[in-house]
Design a protein around this ligand. Structure first.
Ligand code: SF4
Length: 281
């Protein structure tokens, strides 16, 4: 597959995931897109970042994949929604990049995290990269909203060291309002992972007025505790760092007047998770 003109000029490594990147794969013919998805030999990638301390244990290389079927109102990377915004990257090239950091990642008890966007939209690419990383002895994590969890076989799940599972809301209607999609597949993936005793970190974004309903949070906490394999819960305060992307992409942003939660509010939510026996940060 040839590179698009835009992607050939853009470095794979970004300064941060907040870098706006668009149209890096628009020159790629539709048939090449389909072939890439079918084989997993090529992925569409927003960027790589290195040195992340917030995307799984230790210090990590993060591959931000392009493409997401959800439309979370608070999404801070809407440029990752469209696969054609990502640059085509072969598995070999991604592995070559990762290889540069493998010793450091081990020393810093870190690894590779595949995030997005939604990595399971390109599950074959994600799994090929995960397998290659593990063969190098690199710890692997996938951050997912869980919607395409049924694309993962049991063997696939056993081959991922850690799943960072976003649970955005609990009630089906609330979930649909917030993300545009159903929560049921996310719950199903969580249960399948738990049944195979796979480690999970739950990620929950606290947005004042949107996800701060105490009953909803208590339900998520009970569900997470009952899974039995949730090692930690991360309560992430909503922020406005992605707002400029919505504006630059001409998307209607509805949270312009929403302030980040106070530190006390975040601590109160963490306490709800701790009350059911979970470790929460
Ligand atoms: S699942 Fe993640 S990438 Fe997709 S819309 Fe929601 S926050 Fe954005």
């Amino acid at each position: 597959m040839r590179e698009s003109a835009a992607s050939s000029q853009t470095p794979l490594e970004a300064r941060s995931p907040f870098e706006l990147r668009v149209d890096l794969g628009t020159d790629v013919p539709e048939t090449d897109f389909r072939a890439a998805l079918a084989s997993g030999d090529v992925g569409f990638v927003h960027s790589f970042t290195t040195g992340s301390a917030v995307d799984g244990p230790g210090v990590r290389v993060v591959v931000w994949t392009a493409g997401c079927m959800w439309r979370c109102l608070y999404c801070h990377n809407p440029d990752t929604w469209t696969m054609s915004n990502g640059m085509p990257v072969t598995v070999e090239k991604a592995v070559e990049e990762l290889r540069k950091y493998r010793h450091g990642l081990k020393v810093m008890a870190g690894g590779l995290t595949i995030s997005g966007g939604e990595p399971l939209m390109q599950h074959r690419f994600a799994m090929k990269l995960t397998r290659a990383a593990r063969e190098m002895g690199v710890h692997t994590a996938i951050e997912t909203n869980g919607y395409y969890g049924n694309r993962l076989s049991d063997d696939d799940m056993d081959g991922i060291d850690l799943v960072l599972l976003g649970i955005k809301a609990w009630g089906p209607e609330r979930h649909r309002e917030l993300t545009g999609m159903d929560i049921a597949p996310t719950i199903e993936l969580a249960r399948r992972l738990a049944a195979r005793r796979r480690p999970i970190w739950v990620r929950f974004v606290l947005v004042p007025g949107l996800t701060d309903d105490p009953a909803e949070i208590a339900s998520i906490a009970r569900f997470a505790a009952d899974l039995g394999t949730v090692e930690r819960v991360e309560v992430l305060p909503f922020h406005q760092l992605g707002r400029f992307k919505w504006e630059r992409l001409g998307l209607k942003y509805s949270l312009e007047h929403t302030a980040p939660p106070t530190a006390d509010a975040v601590e109160r939510v963490r306490a709800v998770f701790r009350e059911v026996g979970l470790t929460a940060y």
